[in-house]
Design a protein around this ligand. Sequence first.
Ligand SMILES: [Zn+2]
Length: 213
Amino acid sequence: MLATVDALLPLSLLEAVRDVDTPEGVLEAEFVDELRNKRFGLSDTVYTQIKRYTEAVRRNQRTAQEEAIALAKLIGRRPDAEAVLRAAGRFLAREAYMTVSPVTRGMLHVMPSLVARPMALRQVRRIARRYLNGNVRRVGTSLLLEIPRSITVGVAAGGVGCAFYEATMRELLRLLVGTTGSVEHTRCEGRGEGSCEWRADWRSAERTQSQAA
Ligand SMILES: [Zn+2]
């Protein structure tokens, strides 16, 4: 069977490219000056592909994994690959977060962490499975995100490609539970360690408790 990814993944990669290459980019305004000479993201090709993936997302259609990998490789050749991949990860997390019902989103922010944390964990698991083809499990005060078949591993030198998943996880946790704790890349396919894995801090923030009080 042909391996597929949710169309939101390639869409996120291209939205990040377009945003970084747009002088008035709202997401990455601080990078604009140094990137002024690169305008791939403003090309008709990118515009057409973004339209295509947006339509696929709307119709719940999946994309061939190879297609997403090809895009990631293209980004990996840019000197600003890491910035683009991180922007893509944040974009994916924000779009995925919007698939959580407004009622649940509201509850996540007002309920005590004893109630909110298990709810948040279910959403992290669902989002990781659907949008990243990843598995999430809780071990003590940590969450482990495992990506058996990374789209971005090895697309740029060092661990640059892996920044995509790290940024996704970080932004997702910020949105769901308000934490900005550490997200550590503990295992990497790129270092011959099987699959890529991240460990995120999952200790309850006091903020959640005091808000509910
Ligand atoms: Zn990795």
